[in-house]
Design a protein around this ligand. Structure first.
Ligand code: DX5
Length: 216
């Protein structure tokens, strides 16, 4: 599968959100918006009030919140909604909310959560996000051990969109891609760079180049 880079936006204000969307819109197919409620993770981002009337684009909402269905039902459109498996017991409520707003359903899993918890839900999802850091903050170190989850998912679901998120940079991106992830979310490796367009292109290029000469 072709590697695809997804810029991840983690901000606290609408002004910053719009600025970052403006920096990457048109350069990528999808943009991730990280939403944190200060309960599921120890950080709080922009809330629902800042998400109205966004520039036209395909968004992937990464819901790091308790009761994600209550948030999803407020966001209309064909966006991807990534829900943490740690926040649900059944998929019924989120499935209903995603359907109501015309969105698509994806699942996310934290580093400490065993893959077995996720597997029964995968057939109902269009995408799985394997967290390669503990969610909450940008700029953390990629946890290589999470690649076993990616490999197993790829083996079980050859056509599934598998995304990694957290610590993806010019070095780790090739490891993530060669372990089976085709979607590569990155925040600091894109937004902390001066040349945003170049940073996105380089991540994709490095993913394709493979990692045979690197050690970790
Ligand atoms: C983690 C967020 C990630 C994070 C990635 O809490 O879900 O999207 O912002 O940031 P980087 O790419 O800087 O590790």
């Amino acid at each position: 599968m072709e590697p695809e880079v997804i810029p991840a936006i983690l901000v606290k204000s609408r002004e910053d959100l719009l600025r970052r969307i403006g920096q990457v819109r048109g350069l990528v197919r999808e943009i991730q918006i990280d939403i944190m409620d200060g309960i599921f993770v120890p950080n709080k981002t922009i809330g629902i009030d800042g998400l109205h009337d966004l520039p036209e684009a395909l968004y992937e909402f990464h819901w790091m919140v308790k009761d994600p269905e209550r948030w999803i039902e407020k966001i209309r459109g064909p966006n991807m909604h990534l829900v943490h498996v740690e926040t649900i017991t059944t998929l019924d409520a989120v499935e209903a909310a995603v359907k109501k707003v015309g969105g698509r359903l994806g699942l996310a899993i934290n580093p400490e959560t065993p893959l077995e918890k996720l597997l029964p839900f995968v057939p109902k999802a269009e995408r799985v996000l394997v967290m390669t850091v503990r969610p909450g903050f940008s700029g953390q170190k990629y946890i290589y051990e999470m690649e076993h989850k990616v490999r197993k998912l790829r083996e079980l679901f050859p056509a599934l969109d598998i995304e990694v998120d957290g610590g993806v940079n010019n070095e780790t991106v090739s490891h993530a891609y060669s372990s089976g992830a085709n979607l590569l979310a990155a925040a600091s490796a894109i937004f902390a760079q001066e040349d945003i367009k170049g940073a996105i292109a380089r991540l994709k290029e490095r993913a394709l180049k493979g990692c045979s000469h690197e050690t970790h």
